[in-house]
Write a protein that binds this ligand. Structure first.
Ligand SMILES: Cc1cc2nc3c(=O)[nH]c(=O)nc-3n(C[C@H](O)[C@H](O)[C@H](O)COP(=O)(O)O)c2cc1C
Length: 213
């Protein structure tokens, strides 16, 4: 079992975050979750999950929403403002961190090394420790500042994995699109998964049939 950090910020794409939180424990991993205030707001707007009260109460609400009822859950919610949390230090043995969705605001602050909250500090730690940091931005179109910040974090060692699902696997539902992105995130972390249909090349017989028509 490895421990992963998942940061949820105020970009659109909360369903990606919840699916990742659903999958990591199923695949045998522990998770430390941090959600920004804007992330909580977008979670409510996009998924109906309303977090309120203190961090323990919010953790209970998150567990119930995800259908995790057992007391020995490996999914812990940490306070966004608590810069003294264990994940603030390089001595915490996190195998990797994902920020999904990653707002342009958080991405810019990480690029600038501004560790004003627990998500930004943990991301900064991942970069300084040369551990895996996967950022999943969702913004369009992108301005020069967004692009420069993405290049800066990429050069500092982060992976940029935009929330851009493909269509070559013939998705039938929104869940299929969500699973493709979450599968790609798990791939980046080196975690085996079968969340989406991988590309196996074109079916030559099918193509010949189309040419004949
Ligand atoms: C419904 C909603 C959707 C948003 N979608 C995005 C988005 O896709 N990308 C983005 O960069 N910001 C988006 N924002 C704006 C961010 O939430 C805002 O910049 C916020 O300050 C980010 O703070 P954080 O990085 O601390 O979470 C959205 C805001 C709302 C309310």
């Amino acid at each position: 079992m490895s421990v992963y950090i998942v940061g949820i910020t105020g970009g659109s794409g909360a369903p990606y975050a919840l699916r990742l939180l659903d999958m990591l424990p199923q695949l045998g991993h522990a998770v430390k979750v941090v959600i920004s205030p804007a992330g909580e707001r977008v979670l409510r707007i996009e998924t109906g999950l309303q977090l309120h009260g203190d961090v323990i109460e919010k953790q209970g609400q998150l567990h119930r929403f995800l259908g995790l009822e057992a007391p020995e859950l490996p999914l812990e919610l940490l306070d966004h403002g608590n810069l003294a949390a264990p994940i603030s230090s390089g001595s915490f043995p996190a195998a990797g961190m994902v920020i999904v969705p990653c707002s342009m605001g958080s991405l810019g602050r990480i690029a600038a090394g501004v560790s004003t909250n627990l998500i930004e500090r943990a991301a900064d730690v991942m970069l300084k420790e040369r551990r895996q940091l996967v950022l999943v931005p969702r913004e369009t179109p992108l301005n020069d500042i967004h692009l420069q910040n993405m290049l800066a974090v990429r050069r500092a060692g982060a992976d940029i994995l935009p929330a851009m699902p493909g269509f070559y696997h013939h998705p039938k539902s929104v869940s299929d699109l969500v699973d493709m992105i979450v599968g790609k995130i798990l791939d980046r972390l080196g975690i085996e998964n079968a969340l989406f249909q991988r590309w196996h090349g074109e079916d030559v017989d099918e193509l010949l049939k189309i040419d004949d028509d």
